[in-house]
Design a protein around this ligand. Structure first.
Ligand code: UT7
Length: 325
């Protein structure tokens, strides 16, 4: 099996910023509540008419440039998203067209907030087996399109953005281990009920706000802490390492209190944990993707460093990945 690594990263965040102060004018909430309960200060919101593929393409172009790879050399595009432009075709196909990446096989992955980690795992298996040479993996979301702006328990949490990575064969280091898990018995905890084949769009589904995110946050919180801690421990063991060997953790950014609880369970020093939740909120699959990109760009990840990606989301699904840079 070939060694596979990340050879380029990129991101794109929409320009519009929605602050906690803005939200105070929209629902019964406060900057103090949002900051202390979640760690979020502001989030980005896509422009009217801007779709997930637009964000994905911009992040992909940045990642290709960073990797020094031309679009026609990409032979696999995987987009992790729960907010595609439309039900079909896949966002990956739209990205392929916009990039003129005619040699790529394209598909989307639905693994919510763990989507970027799932996509990295799938792409790395394509490359390791020799089925692909250069893969473009993107986590892109416009969660503002499925956010109920009248529901204070969810609307303060989410944001829009995209992050991308180019995966190729590497001579040393690369992805040391991955670990994925799912529990469909908890599907009810976080979902958008309508708009699929179970509950197609009708006047009634729109009026009853069934096309928006419904979340049982409190129950999810405990599941998130346990699943992320378990996934991190399992993947570190699989890589033959100890948690203390990790130089930087890139966790899913749903809630700073979840991240702190995971760090405590693993005995990890908090200054080894990368956060961008304060600026962007929870962007589902785009959270780990943009955090990885920013950590690289800011010099928080250097050659030889061991990086842990750790994510959890609706499904339920969880996934972790250890990469030697
Ligand atoms: O990304 C995928 C995975 N997502 C997660 O894992 C999210 C996990 N859950 C969470 O992060 C947290 O549960 C939330 C941030 C969603 C909520 O925090 P919490 O500490 O669990 O709050 P809660 O839902 O237990 O609500 C506490 C109180 C309630 O009031 P009462 O019943 O105590 O009077 C809520 O009505 O806070 C109230 N509340 C708010 N108050 C001001 C809920 N939302 C707000 C708000 N502003 N925006």
């Amino acid at each position: 099996m070939k060694k596979v690594g990340i050879i380029g990263v990129g991101e794109y965040l929409p320009q519009k910023i929605l602050t906690n102060a803005d939200l105070e004018k929209m629902v019964d909430t406060s900057d103090e509540w949002i900051t202390t309960r979640t760690g979020i200060k502001q989030r980005r919101i896509a422009a009217k008419g801007e779709a997930v593929s637009d964000l994905a393409v911009k992040s992909a172009k940045a990642a290709l440039e960073d990797a020094g790879i031309a679009a026609h050399d990409i032979d696999l595009i995987i987009v992790a998203t729960i907010t595609p432009d439309m039900q079909f075709p896949s966002v990956a196909c739209l990205v392929q067209d916009a990039l003129s990446a005619g040699n790529a096989v394209c598909f989307d992955i639905s693994a919510a907030c763990a989507g970027f980690v799932y996509a990295i795992d799938v792409a790395s298996q394509f490359i390791a087996r020799g089925a692909s040479k250069n893969a473009l993996v993107i986590g892109a979301e416009i969660l503002s399109s499925v956010t109920d702006w009248q529901d204070r328990s969810t609307c303060v949490l989410f944001g829009d953005g995209a992050g991308a990575a180019v995966l190729s064969e590497v001579k040393s280091g690369g992805i040391l281990a991955t670990y994925l898990g799912s529990d469909g018995s908890m599907a009810d905890l976080l979902k958008v009920p309508a708009g699929g084949s179970r509950m197609p769009a009708t006047d009634k589904t729109v009026q009853s706000r069934m096309h928006y995110i419904k979340m049982r946050g409190n129950e999810l919180f405990k599941k998130a802490v346990n699943a992320m801690a378990k996934a991190a421990q399992a993947v570190v063991n699989k890589a033959g390492l100890k948690c203390q060997d990790i130089d930087l953790v890139i966790p899913h950014q749903a809630n700073v209190r979840i991240i702190s609880a995971v760090a405590k369970k693993l005995g990890l020093d908090e200054n080894k944990i990368y956060l961008n939740i304060e600026k962007y909120g929870n962007m589902s699959s785009a959270s780990t993707a943009t955090a990885l990109c920013e950590a690289v760009k800011e010099g928080r990840i250097k050659k030889g460093d061991v990086v842990l990606l750790d994510a959890f989301g609706a499904g339920l699904v969880w996934g972790a990945c250890v990469i030697k840079w």
